[in-house]
Design a protein around this ligand. Structure first.
Ligand SMILES: [Zn+2]
Length: 346
């Protein structure tokens, strides 16, 4: 066994503990910005279009990362996240200093109003990895927008020459062309360009194109299915602001006797969890919610009633996941089990 094979096995073992086959750091470079607005056309500014597209691309990569069911795990570095000027060397420095694995640059094209289509660049005499990245982006952008194929190209662009990792620069379409500008300036089409850039980087890393799950909301009410408690809990409507038709309550004391809310989550990933109660001076000041991972979050039920209160955001597997409300806290009060909510994967 040579050292390369050994390192490969160690890497594979390390990755086996994660649900993702691929982890990589991606630097997204939104072209222009600030004092450099880039090209203009049809009421649009390139710097604005490409920032919005780049932020949507980051959002897709984050969603893919948070959804453990498929795709990859990406750590995203942005050269800018607002309308500010960043020099070309500054962009390279951000990517190089972050140790990014790939550099992906997003622009709109412009020429004479008549030119149109999509083209993607790698540096002159690119490595096979840079060429592959470029080709994947071009292929996916043609699928996303269906514009004319101007081809896979090379150029000695500064950011492609001076970044130390495989890199590509996409000219999505022409901002100054009537047909193309419908795409460059539309939020919906920017989002599809972003999603297909995600497919491109997934494919580049040998993954099948995977669209992460969008967030779903699961509410479990004490009067609906998914709720269980002992007969020591009773229902009440005497304090207004309850969720659904009533709420469950129990006196506090030195016993858990928890009420349990269970939701069946369709996908794994990060879930924001929150709870609903009716507030009052006789409620527990430190009501112990036990989260699916066994951690405990104490909430003051004397205030904040009639609304969702955040418990925590946790990475949860798919399937039945429960939040329990224990009555084990300072005696002489009531704990209120009215509803809980899971929102995710995010
Ligand atoms: Zn540009």
């Amino acid at each position: 066994m040579n050292r390369g094979v050994f390192v490969g096995i160690v890497a594979a073992l390390a990755l086996a503990t994660s649900s993702w086959a691929v982890t990589a750091k991606i630097c997204i470079d939104a072209g222009h910005g600030g004092s450099d607005p880039g090209a203009t056309g049809y009421g649009q500014q390139e710097a604005t279009n490409v920032l919005n597209t780049s932020l949507k691309f980051k959002a897709w990569l984050d969603k893919d990362t948070n959804d453990g069911a498929g795709g990859g795990s990406w750590s995203v570095v942005m050269t800018r996240t607002s309308n500010v000027y960043v020099s070309l060397q500054g962009r390279c420095d951000i990517a190089n200093n972050a140790g990014a694995n790939r550099f992906m640059c997003i622009h709109n094209n412009a020429f004479n109003g008549a030119a149109y289509g999509t083209e993607t660049f790698a540096v002159t005499n690119p490595s096979s990895t840079s060429a592959d990245l470029r080709n994947k982006v071009q292929e996916r952008m043609l699928q996303a927008w269906g514009r004319y194929n101007r081809g896979n190209k090379t150029a000695g662009f500064y950011v492609l020459m001076n970044t130390s990792m495989p890199a590509e620069l996409a000219e999505l379409a022409f901002i100054d062309n009537a047909g193309d500008s419908v795409y460059t300036g539309s939020s919906t089409h920017q989002d599809s360009a972003a999603k297909y850039h995600m497919y491109a980087i997934q494919n580049h890393y040998g993954l099948s194109a995977y669209a992460p799950n969008t967030a779903a909301t699961y509410v479990v009410d004490n009067s609906g299915s998914g709720f269980s408690s002992s007969s020591n809990w009773w229902t009440s409507t005497s304090t207004a602001g309850y969720y659904g038709s009533n709420y469950a309550c129990r006196g506090t004391g030195s016993v858990s006797d928890a009420a349990t809310f269970t939701a069946s989550l369709a996908a794994s990933g990060n879930y924001a969890m929150s709870a609903w109660w009716t507030a009052g001076a006789n409620r527990a000041a430190s009501a112990p919610y036990i989260l699916p991972d066994g951690s405990v979050v104490n909430k003051n039920q004397q205030t904040g009633g009639g609304a969702w209160s955040s418990l925590a955001t946790k990475s949860l597997g798919s399937g039945a996941r429960s939040i329990s409300l224990s009555c084990w806290t300072t005696a002489g009060y009531y704990v209120i089990a009215d509803a809980v909510k899971f929102v995710g994967p995010n």
